[in-house]
Design a protein around this ligand. Structure first.
Ligand code: F6R
Length: 612
């Protein structure tokens, strides 16, 4: 989604801003722009398309030279099509105030009407432009930019992470946040504000996280933070831990491929210091203080979107079967608008890679309002969900840059598996059974390695199906969500229509789609319902569907039933999804590559969906 980078200091801001915007490209966007402050006015340059086009357009542009304060933005269109005019920054009537904004101004139409009636001249179709004009109005009487921005924001309904510059205050950035993340990187004689630490870590690791309702006046050597009502807030400087090398491709053709290959290591990282296989024990520091309430809870509710929702569905199978706790899994976007029945007896987990997904945040706040204990399963340290929950589990997958989520999913499943063992023990699981489970879990990274090693074979299968129009993915039990996730991966990055179904549900409708052109991917491990899934495969074969089976290494029957077989090591049933999803990630990846799509930044998608 939209990205913000602002700079104030001693250097030329443009290289810092453009480099920052490039580090935010993974979030998904459709246009970009920059602005710098000069005493004679603010200079703005904007381009539809990629940051590279903006970089080319501003190369050698002398009008941008000589400033030490500037900002940039990458826009993911909400109001108004992606073109040069609608790209940010947006300016007021006289071009002396400029704004970049992430989020949505919900009452923009009413504000725009009012401002137009007062003579303000609008140029774009965006909601953001009203901010520039509104601030212009308040600035006429406000003592400084911060006061003017505060006054304007008090009139706004909606969400924002924004940065404002003005010609009257060279050397000052004003940044404010409500529902859309902003981080200030504190440097030596310079400050960088950004919507994502990825744009900051090349310059400093010392950061201040702005909270909702906070506004900051940022100068090269000082930061003043207040509420919109001018109450001073003292902020702590924190340290960001991730390395720049983690957000580079490291020799892989795409971030997605790199992240698929990282999974043995990221799964290990998620278990490190938490899993004692020989003792059959699990220690999760972020849950220790709530362990009793968790063990006694009436039920667990997972809230999430997309891949994180799929992880919750797998979690439901694992927790109900092993820990015997009732689990519900909810689309976060639906949950908040259906007056959920939830209370202090319930434990809610917000599941999110980014920790910034607007729907998930809103849903967990709703659950909190009803008194539920709200915890997180989150990847990005210091993200809003992580900070607003009462504890939880960091998944430690490291930065995920590919828009299609891969390593975050397997790390979420790892966290849920660990939590399951911990809870099951506190609810009566025997030490011997716990040891069996912890030993199984500890063996997973090596099994994932064995599947990743088959990438070449999966690439050959992808070549066969690259021109398919539709795909069906089938699985049963805990592998049903794996089928959903496999279908999501394929449609996101290859634009092939794909659906996931519980294998037995196929005969209730989707079977009508099956003919000799329909590839059907079936996850069919040798578990208690193996024979049932084989029957479903027979139903597909009888209608000439083309079977790609994800089957165990020691399954000697499946070869006769499937056109292609991808082998996965046998894994204890409920942990199987962590291994079984890997071939589906690789299949989606290689099909997308064969079709020539933009794998890491697929059309219309954003890495972190910070609007409702
Ligand atoms: C799928 C994907 C999305 C995200 C969803 C939730 O590949 O990336 O479906 O899973 O937008 O995002 P997080 O987990 O950041 O809350």
């Amino acid at each position: 989604m939209c990205g913000i980078v602002g700079y104030v200091g001693m250097r030329d801001p443009i290289p810092v801003i453009l480099d920052g915007l490039q580090h935010l490209e993974y979030r998904g966007y459709d246009s970009a722009g920059v602005a710098v402050v000069h005493p004679a006015g603010i200079v703005v340059r904007k381009r539809a398309g990629k940051v590279a086009e903006l970089v080319a357009a501003v190369a050698g542009d002398q009008a941008l030279a000589g400033s030490t304060t500037g900002m940039g933005h990458s826009r993911w269109a909400t109001h108004g099509e992606p073109n040069d005019v609608n790209a940010h920054p947006h300016t007021d009537c006289g071009g002396s105030i400029a704004v970049v904004h992430n989020g949505i101004i919900e009452n923009y139409a009413a504000l725009k009407k009012r401002l137009q009636a007062r003579g303000h001249l609008f140029r774009s179709a965006t909601d953001t432009e009203v901010l520039a004009h509104l601030i212009e109005d308040f600035r006429k009487t406000a003592p400084d930019l911060l006061s003017a921005v505060s006054a304007a924001l008090r009139e706004v309904t909606g969400t924002y992470g924004l940065v404002v510059l003005e010609t009257a205050s060279p050397g000052v950035m004003v940044a404010a946040r409500l529902g859309s993340p902003l981080i200030i990187g504190v440097g030596d004689g310079e400050q960088i504000v950004a919507s994502d630490a990825a744009a900051i870590v090349a310059h400093t690791r010392q950061v201040i996280y702005l909270n909702d309702g906070e506004i900051a006046e940022i100068k090269a050597d000082a930061i003043r933070t207040t509420t919109l009502q001018d109450v001073t807030i003292t902020k702590e400087i924190e340290e960001v831990t991730f390395d720049l090398s983690q957000i580079e491709r490291g020799g892989f053709a795409h971030f997605m491929l790199k992240e698929i290959h990282e999974q043995p290591e990221t799964i290990r990282n998620g278990m490190r210091g938490r899993l004692r296989a020989d003792e059959g024990s699990v220690k999760l520091g972020g849950l220790e203080h709530v362990q009793e309430r968790l063990a006694k809870s009436r039920r667990i509710i997972f809230l999430g979107c997309g891949t994180s929702w799929h992880a919750g569905l797998v979690g439901e199978y694992i927790l109900e079967q092993i820990a015997k706790i009732p689990v519900e899994v909810e689309y976060a976007s639906e949950y908040r608008y259906r007056t959920p029945i939830v209370g202090p007896e319930d434990v809610v987990f917000a599941v999110s890679q980014s920790g910034e997904t607007a729907d998930t945040l809103a849903a967990m706040r709703e659950a909190k309002r009803h008194g539920a204990l709200v915890l997180g399963i989150v990847n990005v340290v210091g993200s809003t969900i992580a900070r607003e929950t009462d504890g939880g589990i960091y998944t430690h997958a490291g930065p995920e840059i590919g828009v299609a989520s891969t390593k975050a999913f397997t790390s979420q499943l790892t966290a849920m598996s660990l939590m399951t063992i911990m809870l099951a023990k506190s609810r009566g699981l025997s030490a011997a059974d716990a040891r069996v489970l912890t030993t199984e879990l500890a063996a997973i990274p090596e099994k994932v390695e064995r599947v990743v090693a088959q990438a070449d074979e999966i690439r050959r299968i992808a070549q066969v199906y690259k021109d398919a129009k539709n795909f069906l993915f089938l699985g049963r039990g805990a592998n049903f969500p794996v089928a959903l996730e496999g279908a999501l991966k394929l449609k996101e990055i290859s634009y092939i229509h794909a659906e996931g179904y519980p294998a037995a549900e196929m005969k209730h409708g989707p079977i009508a789609l099956i003919d000799e052109h329909m590839p059907v991917v079936v996850v069919v491990p040798r578990d208690a319902i193996y024979e049932k899934v084989v029957s479903n495969i027979q139903e597909v074969r009888a209608r000439k569907g083309r079977i790609i089976a994800i089957a165990n290494e020691d399954d000697h029957e499946i070869g006769a039933l499937a056109e292609h077989v991808i082998r996965v090591p046998r894994t204890y049933g409920f942990f199987g999804p962590i291994v079984n999803i890997i071939p589906l990630q690789l299949l989606a990846y290689y099909i997308a590559v064969a079709r020539g799509t933009n794998v890491d930044q697929p059309r219309n998608l954003a890495k972190s969906v910070t609007v409702e």
